[in-house]
Structure formats: structure tokens, C-alpha cells
Design a protein around this ligand. Sequence first.
Ligand code: HEC
Length: 116
Amino acid sequence: MNCQAQTPMLLGVAAAIVLAFSLNASAADADAAKMLARENSCFKCHGIEKPKDGPSWKEVADKYRGKAGAEERLIKHLTTGVKAKFPDGHEEEHKNIKDKASPEAIKNLVDFILSL
Ligand code: HEC
């Protein structure tokens, strides 16, 4: 293959890479969200698909789908120590990650949960 044939192909690859990155920018960064969740032992009480002591995050996404203010509400849930009701009926303060993560990282985790 000569150089003239290769140039359009390389341009196509470059365009695909740019497109992949721009699509990704609007969605939550799932890997970063899961890492933050792991670091804060969220998965002790939540599964992505399976409920544990807390609801599965898919259930949470379903509950809030199409509701205005969902993101804000869940950010509050993770940063203000609201009371959480457990299956056995007792209540305790929900895990608060305000001091352990930046506002951007918390928002990313919430966006990830809502995207499920
Ligand atoms: C000790 C157990 C426990 C841990 C750890 C925990 N949660 Fe929860 N979480 C719960 C329970 C129980 C509920 C249900 C609260 C309720 O319905 O009152 C809940 C509810 C939620 C909800 C739904 C709130 C709503 O408004 O419906 C989200 C989102 C959530 N947790 C995210 C997280 C994240 C993110 C972490 C890690 C930073 C985490 N949880 C850590 C027990 C836990």
C-alpha cells in the first residue's frame, strides 16, 4: 500500500477515536464510579443488580427514572447523613462520603447509578 491509500484510512481511525471520546464525555465514568463505591464499601449493602440491605442500584435508577431533581436528591443522600431504613426496620445514618470524595466524583457516582 502506498501513502496515498493509507491517509484516508488513518483519518477514519482518528475520527472514530474522537467520536468515541466525545460520546464518553457525556456519560458517567462507570469505572471511576465503581472504584469510588468499592473504596467506600457501598457494595457491602448494595448490588448493582441485586438488593442487599439496601436496594439494588438498578432499582434506584428505576425509582428515579424521569423524575426531576433525582441527581440532586441522591447527592444529598450521600453527603448529609440522612436516615436510612434497613430491611429489619431499624434506621441508621446512611454512609456519608462528603469528606472522602470530591463533588465531581460524587456526582459521577450518582450519574452512574441513575444511568443503570
Ligand atoms: C450499611 C449499609 C449501607 C452502606 C454501606 C451504603 N448504603 Fe446506600 N442504602 C442503604 C439502605 C438501607 C438504603 C435504603 C434507605 C431507605 O430506603 O430509607 C440505602 C439507599 C441508598 C440509595 C437510594 C436512596 C434513595 O433516595 O432511594 C442510594 C443511591 C445509595 N444508598 C447509595 C449508596 C452509596 C453510593 C454508598 C457508598 C458510598 C452506600 N449507599 C452505602 C444502606 C447502605
